[in-house]
Design a protein around this ligand. Structure first.
Ligand code: GLC
Length: 591
């Protein structure tokens, strides 16, 4: 008996042991799967470090400030933060002019502060993504200092140098061709010492690197390893489509109106189509090389797969599709789809077309939707109608977070921060605004300090903020929003929660519904073996009623369970009769 009992006890122990091992195995497996695929249904949050949180009272945000605010991001539910550049920089373009790629600008802190941020973020399951600027460096980078020192310096060929046209020993002649800088005027700058022009796609203080020089490739591979070794989860590649220039140095085409007259741009220059300096095919092999480096980092522990995000403003979906590369030669996992988010008007047909494009024309890849960043006026200025801005911002958040794929948004979007442009040219900080004033007031308006509360400096700093805190912080701030269950902030949180926890929301395909409707954008999220979820967004200031049954959906009139809706109101009794107030949103699961 005793003996039988012990056998039974042993068997039970064995079974329990086996079960525990199996469970451990399973959780290890699902954990490592999560780590490999963490970016596929992820929420990524862009931080402009100057403006997020100042911890030392100098009026400029910093790394310790970000660390202090990580709980806001955890509560929001973000998987990763992308930091705009924090490397040493003369700050001529606020960090996009880098003078050392393997350090932290003292303005933002130290490498130790950075490591602490990464560690504290990890505790909250948040990854850190760095900005990687490979198109250009600062003119104060030691590579450029060497390069410009003499024509036979070993670094000469690291940048794009060229003779002028008609140059003589006394006259610098004309720039080599008509190429223009995105920041205004000629893209060529005369360098008197070595009597050649250097090329800068952006500011004069941002000379372009020469990507035909293989040493440049090797230098960036080292830089990428440096940061991956420190635990970063990947990079957002800045201005990546402009890495190469036409090898024959041909002029860009002049854009003309219908009367054949050239246009003038905001800088007063003749407007050009920049096909000679943008989206040249050579960039693909560079990204493939960089991916080989990142893919050597095995995704079996946090932060998991290292991810490449691309700043990919491209003319169409076919060009975007190419940025993913192929399974044999991958490039970006997440090139930004700027086709959807920068339509810049609430045009239902265009949204339907562009969302359908990214759902159906990028193969098995994952879309990365984005509506806002540090280079464009905020959502209110591009989509708002002043009267219903809050509702419109909810509608945009819904498209961003209830569509299939990964979602990227910009600090302050979650509380509805507004664009606040400088009023006088002498207050402008951004070089774009200084050159473009008054037609282009630059990007300061979307870079104002994060509005944490309604105090004088919005909880951002105890000093003088580098850009003024907008007066809207009296009502638009994170503290007030978190106290209000109906706030935009809580709408974001609920959407993110739904995206993460509902399997149909996480993985279901996007199928456009009611495709002839000119006022309401509707789609269905659909996955085998689960009830579909429908989403409707009213793009108009008038109430609308939609019928989501029949047509291409295959859905039958019948009951639907509300998951989220805005504004509050009664639930629809059937899929064929969903009422939406002005700019209203409805999300429901078919029963
Ligand atoms: C990218 C950045 C922008 C910067 C430019 C030059 O477009 O997002 O802020 O000015 O590249 O680096």
């Amino acid at each position: 008996m005793h003996w039988t009992k012990s056998i039974a006890a042993c068997a039970l122990a064995l079974i329990l042991g086996l079960m525990a091992t199996a469970a451990r195995g399973q959780s290890a497996q699902s954990n490592s799967e999560n780590l490999k695929d963490w970016w596929k249904n992820a929420v990524i949050y862009e931080i402009y470090p100057r403006s997020f949180q100042d911890s030392n009272g100098d009026g400029v945000g910093d790394l310790n400030g970000i660390t202090q605010r990580l709980d806001h991001l955890k509560e929001l539910g973000v998987d990763a933060i992308w930091l705009s550049p924090i490397y040493p920089s003369p700050q001529a373009d606020f960090g996009y002019d880098i003078s050392d790629y393997e350090a932290i600008d003292p303005l933002y802190g130290t490498l130790a502060d950075f490591d602490r941020l990464v560690a504290e973020a990890k505790k909250r399951n948040i990854r850190v993504i760095m900005d990687m600027v490979m198109n250009h460096t600062s003119d104060e980078h030691k590579w450029f200092q060497e390069s410009r020192s003499s024509r036979d310096n070993p670094y000469r060929d690291w940048y794009v140098w060229k003779d002028g046209k008609g140059e003589t020993s006394t006259d610098k002649g004309e720039p080599p061709n008509n190429w223009q800088s995105d920041f205004g005027h000629s893209a060529w700058e005369w360098d008197a010492k070595t009597r050649q022009y250097y090329y800068h796609k952006f500011y004069i203080k941002q000379p372009d690197l020469n990507w035909n020089n293989h040493k440049v490739h090797e230098a960036f591979k080292d830089i990428i390893r440096f940061w991956l070794d420190r635990g970063v989860a990947g990079f957002r590649f800045d201005a990546i489509t402009t890495l190469f220039e036409d090898p024959q140095w041909r002029d860009d085409e002049v854009l003309k109106d219908k009367n054949g007259q050239p246009f003038k741009n905001a800088y007063g220059d003749i407007a050009l189509n920049d096909t000679m300096t943008n989206n040249l095919p050579e960039v693909h092999s560079v990204m493939q090389e960089m991916r080989v480096v990142a893919d050597q980092y095995k995704p079996n522990e946090f932060p998991g797969a290292r991810v490449f995000i691309g700043e990919t403003y491209l003319p169409n979906i076919a060009e975007l599709a190419k940025q993913y590369g192929t399974p044999e030669h991958p490039e970006f996992q997440l090139p930004m789809d700027t086709q959807v988010g920068f339509i810049n008007k609430l045009d239902v047909a265009q949204f339907r077309e562009k969302l359908n494009d990214v759902e159906t024309r990028i193969g098995d890849n994952v879309p990365l939707l984005v509506f806002d960043n540090h280079d464009n006026p905020r959502l209110d200025a591009r989509y708002g109608d002043t009267l219903h801005n809050q509702e419109i911002e909810r509608a945009i958040a819904t498209i961003l977070l209830a569509s299939r794929g990964t979602s990227l948004f910009y600090y302050g979007d979650e509380i509805g921060m507004k664009t606040t442009q400088p009023e006088r040219v002498e207050d402008v900080k951004d070089p774009v605004g200084r050159t473009g004033w008054p037609r282009d007031k630059g990007r300061d308006g979307e870079r104002t300090p994060m509005q944490w509360d309604d105090s004088i400096n919005a909880g951002f700093t105890t000093g003088t903020p580098w850009l003024p805190v907008p007066p809207t912080n009296a009502t638009v701030n994170a503290r007030a929003a978190s106290d209000d269950p109906y706030s935009l902030l809580n709408w974001y949180k609920e959407l993110i929660q739904l995206k993460k926890t509902n399997p149909v929301m996480a993985h279901g395909a996007n199928v456009m519904l009611d495709p002839g409707n000119p006022k309401v954008l509707s789609w269905m999220r659909q996955t085998a073996g689960a009830a579909p979820i429908v989403v409707s967004v009213n793009f108009s200031a008038e109430p609308q009623t939609v019928n989501l049954s029949g047509g291409n959906s295959g859905l039958k009139a019948g009951s639907v369970k509300t998951l989220m809706k805005s504004p509050a109101g009664s639930d629809p009794s059937s899929l064929d009769h969903i009422e939406l107030p002005a700019f209203g949103v409805y999300i429901g699961q078919v029963q």
